[in-house]
Design a protein around this ligand. Structure first.
Ligand code: GRF
Length: 208
């Protein structure tokens, strides 16, 4: 799997910090990783993660989303991904809803990471809501993207206990550590062709 011809080209979409993007980039630097990061695209020029990607010598693009219809933005995004030969798209803190048309055209090749144990706590302000709910466990989920936000077949989850003294910030940090471990694992499984979607369930098959 280390020959570049055998690796899948990945596009990562970010809107901000990009720590999950960084985890994917670092994982892809391993000789046996079955995917390579072809491009990092941000919908905001000020996304902090862009600097890291550039410093790693990865192609980057900024496609501003502000003031554009979803259809126009998604068309530009799709064109940029295809221009870079992208085969798999990873959303990594990408704060923009995608059109059903875009999602359908990337179905089965479009992943997202969410900082809760889906289907619980979809949306934003997740850690605040977890703490307020009194839940004893939380975690993160990597799933295939479907048009509905934070839905779609679940690939991997990691659970952690919610500490009694957790604050939204400390909980975010604990969950983020798991996110950085989980996202590269999920990308590896997809790139190796080990995932089969049956309805809403994902089967993990032997790769070849
Ligand atoms: C992560 O918690 C991710 O699960 C959520 O947004 C956050 C992005 O963080 N979708 P980063 O930009 O990857 O550091």
């Amino acid at each position: 799997m280390s020959q570049s011809g055998a690796t899948k080209a990945v596009g990562i979409l970010i809107s901000g910090r990009g720590s999950n993007m960084r985890a994917l980039v670092q994982a892809a630097q391993a000789a046996d990783f079955p995917a390579r990061i072809a491009v990092v695209i941000a919908n905001k020029a000020e996304a902090e993660g862009l600097d890291y990607a550039r410093a790693q010598g990865i192609a980057t693009a900024v496609i501003p989303s502000k003031g554009k219809s979803r259809e126009v933005f998604d068309g530009e995004l799709d064109a940029a991904l295809r221009q870079h030969g992208v085969e798999i798209v990873c959303l990594a803190g990408f704060m923009r809803l995608l059109t059903a048309g875009f999602v359908e055209s990337w179905r089965g090749r479009l992943l997202n990471i969410h900082p809760s144990l889906l289907p619980a706590f979809r949306g934003t302000q997740v850690h605040e809501r977890v703490i307020e709910s009194g839940a004893r466990f939380t975690g993160c989920t990597v799933h295939f993207v479907v048009p509905e936000m934070d839905e779609g077949p679940i690939i991997l989850q990691a659970a952690i206990a919610v500490p009694d003294d957790a604050t939204p910030d400390t909980l975010a940090e604990l969950v983020l550590t798991e996110e950085h471990r989980l996202y590269p694992l999920a990308l590896r499984l997809l790139a190796e062709g080990r995932l089969r979607v049956e309805g809403n369930r994902v089967r993990h098959a032997d790769g070849n």
